[in-house]
Ligand binder design. Structure first.
Ligand SMILES: C[S@@+](CC[C@H](N)C(=O)[O-])C[C@H]1O[C@@H](n2cnc3c(N)ncnc32)[C@H](O)[C@@H]1O
Length: 330
């Protein structure tokens, strides 16, 4: 990160706006400089969340269907570029960007064209937003909390026209809950690819689970912890660089080749395990629902340590007796 060129005032102003997490009446990108500073810092952190999601999807051997990719609420376009880089520019017929800020659209386009000179990169035509024709892959990243309910409903309607939806949000309780609402709304027509290991109703919609939410933690690249520029960024903005929470949702239209078979029988750990003396409590999600289960340290010392260090794989196969679990795969 090039600190000398960084506009700290711009990054701090943007951070304040994002912390508010409320719909705003006006676009907040004031200059290309804002977008460049965001892209290098706050945007890059979002890029690491996408890296975690895309790594998981690729490990499942899953890719979105070929066709156009639409980055809705593109900002500096970092999420669109991560997705194109992950699956390869030739996988998509075009990258379309849309943002209520024309400045952001222009910036995202320029960066994408530089990164992928052979890919067609265009602004989404305004009439496409309200058309009824099918869309390719819809990508949404860190937008939901900025939309008033009316615009959230419009975005859900846009998603309902897609072949595939890739959606990442910050990992707060309210963003996770909003994503769950989208999942349940679209589930009749869409299969759930991730994070769920099943296609049933979301277990967090059960009345006894209203306090819980579906979130995970990405891992920033280790190099940043020895980089004075990133330390300065963390210090000035009061951001703990180690913590990278996110929620996500990947859906594909029913009828496309299934991607969930390889995770059938797996449970997914939500959030961090809670560590106690000699045991861990793990909030697990599977087709039967979400349950708070107990792993004894003596039953799986290696996994216990990985849970303690926040390094355990989120997908596990458990043998369960009452609320006690033992990993099947050792
Ligand atoms: C926090 S930024 C995220 C940018 C980018 N998606 C990312 O992940 O880095 C949210 C973006 O949503 C855009 N946005 C907010 N309301 C919007 C709306 N109603 N329609 C389109 N874009 C909107 C903002 O202009 C901003 O670029």
């Amino acid at each position: 990160m090039n600190l000398t060129a960084l506009d700290w005032a711009a990054v701090s102003r943007l951070r304040e706006i994002f912390l508010e997490g409320k719909p705003l009446r006006r676009a907040y990108w004031e200059s290309e400089n804002d977008l460049a500073a965001y892209d290098l810092t706050l945007g890059e952190r979002i890029g690491w969340k996408w890296d975690a999601v895309l790594t998981e999807l690729k490990a499942r051997n899953w890719s979105p269907p070929p066709g156009p990719l639409l980055d809705f609420g593109c900002g500096s376009g970092i999420a669109g570029r991560r997705v194109v880089a992950a699956f390869g520019p030739s996988h998509f017929s075009a990258l379309h960007v849309h943002d209520r800020s024309p400045l952001a659209e222009g910036f995202a386009l320029k960066r994408a064209q530089t990164a992928f000179p052979k890919l067609t990169c265009e602004r989404l035509k305004p009439e496409e937003l309200t058309a009824t024709t099918p869309l390719g892959t819809l990508l949404v990243s860190h937008v939901l909390s900025e939309l008033p309910p009316k615009d959230q409903a419009r975005l859900a309607a846009l998603a309902s026209r897609a072949q595939c939806v890739l959606w990442v949000e910050p990992g707060t309780q309210s963003d996770s809950r909003a994503l769950i609402a989208v999942r349940e709304l679209l589930r009749p027509d869409f299969a759930v690819v991730a994070p769920c290991t099943h296609d049933a109703a979301c277990g967090l919609t059960a009345p006894e689970r209203t306090e819980d939410w579906c979130h995970f933690f990405g891992r920033p690249p280790w190099e940043i912890f020895t980089d004075s520029a990133w330390s300065e960024f963390g210090r000035r903005l009061g951001i703990d660089l180690r913590s990278l929470p996110y929620s996500f949702l990947v859906l594909q239209r029913r009828g496309l080749p299934s991607a969930t078979t390889c995770v059938q029988g797996c449970s997914r750990t939500l959030g961090h395990a809670r560590i106690y003396k000699g045991y861990a409590k793990v909030l697990t999600c599977e087709a039967a629902g979400v349950a708070d289960l107990t792993l004894q340290k003596r039953d799986a010392p290696k996994l216990f340590k990985a849970l303690k260090d926040g390094e355990a794989e989120p997908l596990q196969r458990w043998e369960r007796t009452g609320d006690r679990i033992v990993p099947i795969d050792g």
